[in-house]
Design a protein around this ligand. Sequence first.
Ligand code: CAA
Length: 274
Amino acid sequence: MEYILYEQKGQYAILTINREKALNALNSQVLDELNETLDNVDLKEVRALIITGAGSKSFVAGADIGEMSTLTKAEGEAFGKKGNDVFRKIETFPIPVIAAVNGFALGGGCELSMSCDIRICSDNAVFGQPEVGLGITPGFGGTQRLARLIGAGMAKQMIYTARNIKAPEAYRIGLVNEVYAAETDAEGNVVKSAGEVLMAAAEKMASTIAKNAPIAVRNCKKAIGEGLDADMDEALVIEEKLFGDCFETEDQKYGMAFFLDKNKEKVKEPFRNC
Ligand code: CAA
């Protein structure tokens, strides 16, 4: 792999888009490698995935403009499909995916973050869909996911004006869940950079998720994802099935027995994914 780093840390893993010289822009090779890396995640072990970008400046600065500049209509459509297929794989990935947005998340970068379940960012993050300034529409799901995430009115404003927004505004409109700043000592010296604080928070969140019952967590992701695409009556049936599916699992039996056992001395065992 030239452009993707993948590190498994026990029950969670970190996937890094590693094309720092081009601010981690997504060309076809990056997308292919991202796809292949996702296919190779050991889902028997890994219970949460973090996606981030290499370096301290950029998460992903978009799809590769050089590569796109000479595409025909048919090639443009195929490139859009390639990105959409990979991002849909992330969106429907069986385990939760956290985007740790450590800088620019523009165009395809903002779209990548939106295909993840949860977005958190460093205070130097910048989000935006600048495509109309380049003569194209957002092409990796931006027109669809941004409207679903922050509402059609705000999404239309961002997309039509191509205006980039900084982390505090992204937080205010609900595009990110949390913004992390550098840690400083009493003299104001940086002890931990914003990127380091962000990654520590992402890893803490991933390990917290990984400690919960894995079948239940996966079923929550499925219920929320599939339910959002259905009307309420269908959505509640989806939930009922996934709720029912948790029963008779060892994790359900153990989790409930642990609660019902009034012995306060006992220590909770890890969930076993069965
Ligand atoms: N594609 C290709 N290369 C890119 C890139 C991109 N999206 N973004 C940055 N780069 C490259 C630059 O060309 C530059 O390369 P060289 O050193 O070889 O010249 C390198 O990364 C560093 O970039 P800058 O010198 O521009 O860095 P900066 O700090 O001055 O500016 C920036 C940073 C504001 C993010 C600026 O790079 C920028 O505006 N990038 C493009 C952002 C953008 O428009 N993204 C949307 C792309 S379209 C899209 O994504 C479509 C879709 O929906 C699928």
